[in-house]
Design a protein around this ligand. Sequence first.
Ligand SMILES: O=C(O)CCC(=O)C(=O)O
Length: 300
Amino acid sequence: MSTTYDRTELISSISFTDIERDNGSFSEDKLVEAMDLFEQYGFIRLVNVFSHKRMANLNSHYRHRYRHLLQGTNKDDLRPLFTVDVEGPFNDETFYANPHIHSFVCNILGRKCILGAMSSVASYPGAPDQRLHRDTQAIFGDGPDDYTIDKNVPVYAMTVLIPLVDCTLETGCTKVWPKSHLTPNDSEALRIDSLDPEVFVGSALITNSKLLHRGGANLSDRLRPLLYMTYHRSWFRDFYGYEDRPPVNVTNFEYRKIPDNHKHMFSWTKNTYKYIRYKAMVKRLLPRFVKKQAGKIVRR
Ligand SMILES: O=C(O)CCC(=O)C(=O)O
């Protein structure tokens, strides 16, 4: 199948002015248009939903906090995935409940929707095309790839991709197969022409979890980190791919900082992932503790 570029201006994209961005306003007309495009195509690009100052702040926290994971990778696909902890600028309602993104998501998934994941994928220079996938397996199919029934089911999970560097054909766009969320399987979906929507820093790409997509190859000499959050209807959980890491990592200390009206988005993770969270914390802090103790012994 061929790939066409630059068609995104024509199809699924909604832009905000700096004033709309800063006061969080999403007019009824724009919201209806965005929902209509999303329903038809299975994805939408929301342009200019985070200011450059805000993105610079997220980017510097991310690069400092996860520097040990960004200095090299032993992953064959050169695309390490890791959970981004809910802390600092990530524990901020203007991030996880960004006025434009959150009102769009809530209009589709309902006001009780939860945060299913806060994570990151960083593709290294030279990373090849990612494997084709949809973000959730079929829940009513004969097998995980049989979407015959699921294609008719209302959206129950959405992914919001937020790039920390411009996603272009050079650094790697998230390649999408428009309308593939309405197809019963991947071979049908692959009959559709794919698209490479460029998404610049400050914008977000939102996909229906049933949309076929993949991260494009990173042809540049720069790391291309992407933050992603998934939002679910309140009853849906996705454990696939989270066997060794929590999809959302929020400590009790951080949880207490979350405004009451958003706590329900996080509360489901607290007991489910307690053991994995503690294990990850010990793994992170133990080397520092050992180093400190060793230092004391040497000084004595
Ligand atoms: O890297 C990208 O553009 C997409 C990443 C993605 O779809 C995933 O990791 O599930």
